[in-house]
Design a protein around this ligand. Structure first.
Ligand SMILES: C[S@@+](CC[C@H](N)C(=O)[O-])C[C@H]1O[C@@H](n2cnc3c(N)ncnc32)[C@H](O)[C@@H]1O
Length: 357
């Protein structure tokens, strides 16, 4: 299935045998990875969980499909992506939260990409993005010196991080999204708790709010958010759905918290070209978020692009992959000089704030 290209796509993982003299070496394991899967392995098959066909969950997904707008449905699309990259993202409820339609849809795309020897497999951006947020969140939580931490997921959608990450076990978690999204998520997860014994997080509050309204912060505080406590803010797959005015207002509100307590912001930004992929869906963009965030009061701002050493996770092995091509061009370039395509970029940003005294 993978022919001449395979020769160029060798990523060989050999475990070093540092203690060879004392211990007999374990069997040498050599894997050849292409886009995140050992070359010879088929993509994990799509097996729909039984619970998806059960009364409540089935009816809920039917309602999601017929009644929700595309903004709210994007939550299920993200969950479907994570479910289908389950060999790298261990999210045991992603399939349930995604629903059959999105799972089948994305599975077909992945199958076609594999058949056509695509340089990037559908959903790889989402997989890298998820793993990047996971790893930066874990690092942020361990950087706080004691005192506990709270984690706020704005536009949490069907993200099940609070169930799947050990590093969140001791945190107070707040998920903010539209009421319909959070209600559906709660119902589906309750079904999973009842039928599969899914373990619920110790402290998780769901806060129904519209982030374009002025009262979301108040609602967050009413739900137990403490302004003085160390906080990680997660804005994953959110900002570009907002208007420029609303996205900037949101970022300013979080920036103000930097003056009060140790604050970490993790967020992804589209550049202008990326929003042209669907100008009716994507609105806010920023070509230089690493300049924007310091101007708002954040410090230690670090920008990563998909494919950077901290944002590849072994998933981009084809040397001709789009992301490495983009990374090799100056960020100011809007149109790719080789093929005339727009340079659509997704920037992953980490920033923090610490009161000066
Ligand atoms: C692409 S999904 C991302 C969900 C989740 N962060 C993830 O990565 O799986 C975008 C989410 O933002 C939520 N969202 C967008 N605009 C919002 C707003 N104004 N208020 C509250 N939630 C919003 C949507 O409902 C949706 O759940």
């Amino acid at each position: 299935m993978w022919t001449a290209r395979t020769a160029f796509v060798l990523c060989v993982a050999i475990f070093p045998y540092l203690y060879q003299q004392k211990n007999p070496p374990p069997p040498l394991q050599v894997y050849v990875f292409i886009n995140g899967l050992p070359d010879e392995k088929p993509w994990p098959e799509l097996k729909l969980p039984e619970l998806l066909g059960s009364g409540t969950v089935k009816a809920l997904h039917a309602a999601i499909e017929s009644e929700w707008d595309s903004l709210r449905r994007s939550a299920c699309q993200m969950a479907a992506g994570r479910a289908l990259w389950k060999h790298v993202i261990h999210d045991e409820v992603a399939e349930l939260l995604a629903g059959e339609t999105y799972l089948k849809n994305i599975y077909e795309k992945i199958k076609n990409d594999r058949l056509n020897n695509a340089k990037e497999i559908h959903g790889v951006i989402l997989a890298v993005r998820t793993l990047w947020f996971d790893s930066k969140l874990e690092a942020a939580l361990s950087s706080f010196d004691g005192g506990g931490a709270q984690v706020v997921l704005l536009g949490a959608g069907m993200d099940a991080r609070s169930y799947r990450l050990n590093c969140l076990k001791e945190s107070n978690i707040f998920e903010v999204d539209f009421p319909e999204v959070l209600n559906a998520k709660t119902t589906i997860l309750e079904e999973a708790v009842n039928s599969r014994g899914l373990v619920t997080p110790k402290s998780l509050s769901r806060v129904a709010a519209d982030l374009t309204e002025d009262d979301w912060l108040e609602k967050l505080q009413t739900s137990g958010f403490e302004p003085m406590k160390n906080t990680v803010w997660i804005l994953e797959g959110l900002l570009y759905y907002l208007s420029h005015t609303h996205a900037m207002k949101l970022l300013r509100t979080i920036a103000e918290k930097c003056n009060i307590t140790h604050t970490v912001l993790l967020a992804d930004f589209m550049n202008k070209q990326a929003t042209t992929l669907s100008s009716s869906t994507y609105h806010f963009y920023c070509d230089w978020p690493d300049e924007l965030l310091p101007s708002l009061g954040f410090s230690d701002v670090k920008l990563s692009q998909i494919g950077d050493p901290d944002a590849r996770f072994g998933l981009l092995q084809d040397p001709l992959n789009l992301f490495d091509k983009l990374r090799n061009l100056p960020r100011s370039i809007q149109i790719h000089p080789d093929d005339g395509t727009p340079c659509c970029r997704l920037y992953l940003l980490q920033a923090c704030g610490l009161p000066s005294s």
